[in-house]
Design a protein around this ligand. Sequence first.
Ligand SMILES: NC(=O)C1=CN([C@@H]2O[C@H](COP(=O)(O)OP(=O)(O)OC[C@H]3O[C@@H](n4cnc5c(N)ncnc54)[C@H](OP(=O)(O)O)[C@@H]3O)[C@@H](O)[C@H]2O)C=CC1
Ligand SMILES: O=C(O)[C@H](O)CS(=O)(=O)O
Length: 485
Amino acid sequence: MIPGLKDPGLFRTQAFIDGTWTDGAPDTRISVSDPATGGGIALVASVSVAQAAQALDSAAAAWSAWRAQTAKARADVLLDWYRLVLEAREDLALILTSEQGKPLAEALAEIDYGASYIRWFAEEARRINGAILPGHRSDVLLSVRKEPIGVVAAITPWNFPNAMITRKVAPALAAGCPVVLKPASATPLSALALAELARRAGVPAGVFSVVPSRDSATIGTLFATSGVVRKLTFTGSTEVGRLLLAQAAGTIKKCSMELGGNAPVLVFDDADIPTAVQGVLAAKFRNAGQTCVCANRIYVQSGIYTAFAAALSDAVKGLTVGDGRQAGIAIGPLIDEAAARKVETLLADAVGQGARIAVGGQRAGAGGTFFQPTVVAEVTAAMRLVQEEIFGPVAPLVRFATVEEAIALANASDHGLAGYLFSQSPATIERITNAVEVGMLGINTGAISTEVAPFGGVKQSGLGREGAQLGMEDYLETKYVCQQF
Ligand SMILES: NC(=O)C1=CN([C@@H]2O[C@H](COP(=O)(O)OP(=O)(O)OC[C@H]3O[C@@H](n4cnc5c(N)ncnc54)[C@H](OP(=O)(O)O)[C@@H]3O)[C@@H](O)[C@H]2O)C=CC1
Ligand SMILES: O=C(O)[C@H](O)CS(=O)(=O)O
């Protein structure tokens, strides 16, 4: 149980299948722990493959009635869900921080961000328009219709255990598609609370099921290979996304992939230093650096390097580390011991090759997975800090000299999710905007995520877009009709 919940009914530990709370497989449960204390907070049902298959079958059975609802009726249910989520935002944030660790202020922001996707797609539900085309013959009527793709299987990560779910479930339901969700095992409670609120909002049985499982690989294989599933949507690491794509090939399944990132930041000599520092703080240290759009490699032009490094270091020293439930905390714990150890390994590799720790560099506090917000200077492209997604509160600074060098460095990655640019030169901004290989670019800002814009990457950062009007397309099929008079 989580102390302090106003509505204990949101603390759910069973699976939610076909509108019913149900135990999982016997003798297997998911142990959910609090990353700040290491203590256990829940034992959650872990479903069997048969139960996950049952959830898919119940979704298929519910599909025809859900798609037959008017767009307005589906929108009304989503708006009720939106209202209930906002009414429960403090409980949802407390559940989220308890299982994921981010500071409560960030958790509240995530609940609002997640809710914004529900509202956005409630509105988009009523704008899924088709078209009448000018015929190629005088005796035909040509039309194009948008139809719900069918049963959607979704798999989501632990770092945004609320918003990554609504960013998929809301457009699917808006389009007329039922969803079966497998949430991350580290953070199932947020997903189950969302399911309870969806139930209260009137989402019909079978239209939204949540099947936590300790055996994610087996459930993922079921989702990717089942003939019942028409659409697979995944957010998580590139390696898992690659595996799922391969598994889905057998059924030519439509897939959306929001995968790993390795965001470059380019700070030019003409940048406004306070703006660049604030932008890097926002893009680097949100969620203790555990976001796919985090600033991962910070390239600083040689003329501003020393001044920027000093200003950033001063700002980072002011970031407080601690339990996210305490007031004023900026950096919570990393999700688990493996994450903390990975950060240590990457730092050791960099220092071993001549990098210099300007701020931080160590675990914070006595024990646990807290890590000091860290600035590393004199980093080079040969270091793992630059080559790999850090997923921790570490800001590596790399020098560069020219615009052409900056472009080459920024694009030297298999990933291309987000990127950031700090300059006051229109010519530099235009040059970089056209040349950098990313799906999303922040210019003189480090905060770019919003439901109104298409979220997604290029290269091995994924396929498809979430949010915006584009985000609805992933849950629709197009039908062209040629009617002879
Ligand atoms: N592009 C984007 O929008 C985002 C990308 N990410 C990326 O995700 C990574 C970190 O998140 P993380 O949760 O660790 O990513 P993972 O890929 O490890 O896990 C994501 C989800 O996939 C499940 N999973 C793990 N292995 C398999 C498998 N073999 N088959 C099917 N499902 C599987 C996990 O289940 P379980 O929890 O049981 O392991 C979890 O639900 C980073 O690379 C980050 O960049 C994260 C968020 C957003
Ligand atoms: O998991 C992520 O990194 C999210 O996509 C981050 S965001 O959408 O809040 O930027």
